[in-house]
Write a protein that binds this ligand. Structure first.
Ligand SMILES: C[S@@+](CC[C@H](N)C(=O)[O-])C[C@H]1O[C@@H](n2cnc3c(N)ncnc32)[C@H](O)[C@@H]1O
Length: 217
């Protein structure tokens, strides 16, 4: 594949746009649903919780969240206008019932007041954070004192085999991420690394190692 094609894939994964962005979002949803499920399961969602997801893509997974407990409120934040629109369309019933709320933001300053959320999670977005330490502190600020933040990402060892990750992506091992977290006030409560089979773009099955880290204040 040419350099321009790899750059285009990386740019779509970072910020889906246009017709190709819709297709990319469908592909991401299918490929990453297991990672998303793990993130949600590790949040220990309880009835009445307010749950925030950062970088939800097309958000085709909201039923997985609402089946966790009663009376939940889901908030989704995106930087991609296309993903914001797609997520609202796919989840129009949850939106009209005022169970799901979607917003756009700049990817840095989270537009919610301090201690607003019981649970926060994000899957496959850390590679694109512009200011990782400041962003973790923003997440800390909006999390309740007894809340949990769950961060799920694919390990550098797997990601670096994908040629497009040479562009736009910052890759992490669990160790690198732990060093970043140590610079903040967050405490690590749980770390889980799993390996799953995923289909590569050429159709072969590859082993993907991914990690979920659960943090608390
Ligand atoms: C690789 S996709 C992952 C989507 C989905 N979470 C998944 O795992 O399939 C990254 C998504 O995060 C969004 N994104 C990137 N940086 C972000 C940030 N700082 N905050 C929120 N969303 C972000 C992008 O617009 C894109 O929709």
């Amino acid at each position: 594949m040419k350099k321009e094609e790899l750059q285009a894939i990386a740019a779509q994964l970072k910020h889906p746009t246009g017709e190709k962005g819709i297709e990319m979002a469908k592909m991401m949803h299918e490929t990453n649903i297991n990672m998303t499920r793990h993130s949600i399961q590790n949040l220990n969602i309880k009835a009445g919780d307010s749950v925030l997801e950062l970088g939800h893509g097309n958000a085709g997974h909201l039923e997985l969240i609402f089946e966790q407990a009663e009376k939940l409120k889901y908030y989704g934040l995106e930087m991609s206008e296309l993903m914001f629109q797609e997520a609202r369309q796919i989840n129009r019933n949850f939106v009209s019932q005022k169970q799901a709320f979607f917003s756009l933001y700049d990817g840095n300053a989270i537009p919610f007041q301090d201690s607003f959320f019981d649970k926060i999670f994000t899957v496959n977005t850390i590679y694109f954070w512009q200011e990782p330490e400041n962003f973790l502190m923003e997440i800390y600020r909006i999390l309740k004192a007894d809340g949990n933040f769950c961060l799920t990402f694919a390990d550098e060892s797997f990601m670096k085999q994908l040629p497009f990750t040479a562009y736009e992506f910052t890759l992490y091992t669990t160790e690198k991420l732990k060093q970043l977290i140590e610079k903040t006030a967050f405490k690590i409560v749980y770390t889980e690394t799993l390996t799953e089979k995923v289909k590569s773009k050429t159709g072969e099955l590859a082993d993907r190692a991914f990690t979920t880290i659960v943090l608390e204040k």
